[in-house]
Design a protein. Structure first.
Length: 290
């Protein structure tokens, strides 16, 4: 396959010490279904430890009084589900960020290009859904570097954002990712669209989780196979319908969605220290809200 020339996407990268950022404790970020919530005042630890903590902190959302969020979709692209999601986003004329798995992107490069052509952002989620914090540092960083290179080959532009699978990373992996030129982005709201619920339940859960500046975790595919069609009935989660119901609810509440990079370019980032110790026996599951 001929490699496309690499163009630079809208700037999202910030200095390692992001002095404009709001620094919060992990618990604030992890109130994923709480909905609207005010940023807390920094305590003594966040105040006096700010320079050191900022240097190892991860972006979770942005600080704004505007009714804007970023809908973020993980684990795709997928030929069954991603077009459903794209059609719903086009219907409501909103933009989102897709954190893709490279193995999926290489199987469906036309879908990746469609995402970009329709005004959305493509970012890196990993080569596959391996939990990188379970791997030795050198292997994990090698996978991140290789994934970035392979995704840039498809998109023809620099990849500036990375979301580790399960949100799982060690401090050393975080610093290595930043050295590779990518900002690490997690989330501050979710719909739990992996628990077997129907589209209506997932949409209501997502609507209830909305807060100004939030990054909402959704999936246009599941790297773990959750929500896939039942082999006997052929029925699975209608991700397009879940997105349409969510967008209708957002419109009623006067919320809109833009890409992560657009929000980071306009508003201060909300950052938190988001890391776990390496555990080679822990292969799945979200990190704890510590």
């Amino acid at each position: 396959m001929t490699e496309a020339p690499v163009r630079t996407a809208p700037a999202a990268r910030r200095p390692l010490l992001d002095l404009s950022a709001k620094l919060v404790r992990r618990g604030y970020v992890c109130a994923y279904e709480e909905g609207e919530r005010a940023l807390p005042e920094p305590d003594d630890v966040l105040t006096y430890g700010r320079p050191a903590l900022l240097a190892v902190s991860t972006v979770a959302c942005v600080a704004t009084d505007d009714k804007v969020v970023s809908l973020t979709y993980d684990d795709g692209p997928d030929p069954s589900y991603t077009p459903q999601v794209l059609e719903a986003l086009a219907q409501y004329k909103v933009r989102a960020t897709f954190f893709v798995l490279v193995e999926q992107a290489e199987k469906h490069p036309d879908l990746v290009r469609r995402i970009i052509a329709e005004g959305h952002e493509v970012a890196l989620h990993g080569i596959d859904h391996t939990r990188l914090s379970a791997l030795p540092l050198q292997e994990a960083v090698g996978r991140i570097r290789d994934g970035k290179r392979r995704l840039e080959r498809i998109t023809g532009r620099k990849v500036l954002l990375f979301r580790p699978t399960y949100g799982a990373q060690t401090v050393a992996q975080y610093l290595a990712t930043r050295a590779l030129g990518m900002e690490v982005v997690v989330w501050s709201a979710w719909a739990r669209d992996w628990d077997g619920s129907d589209a209506g339940t997932i949409a209501q859960r997502a609507i209830g989780s909305l807060h100004k500046g939030g990054f909402l975790l959704l999936h246009d595919y599941s790297g773990d196979g959750v929500g896939a069609p039942d082999p006997e009935t052929g029925e699975g989660l209608d991700r397009g319908e879940a997105t349409r119901l969510l967008l209708a609810g957002m419109k009623r509440r006067k919320f809109t969605s833009r890409t992560v990079s657009e929000l980071l370019a306009q508003y201060p980032a909300v950052r938190t220290v988001w890391a776990e110790k390496r555990d080679p026996n822990r292969l799945t599951g979200m990190p704890a809200a510590n």
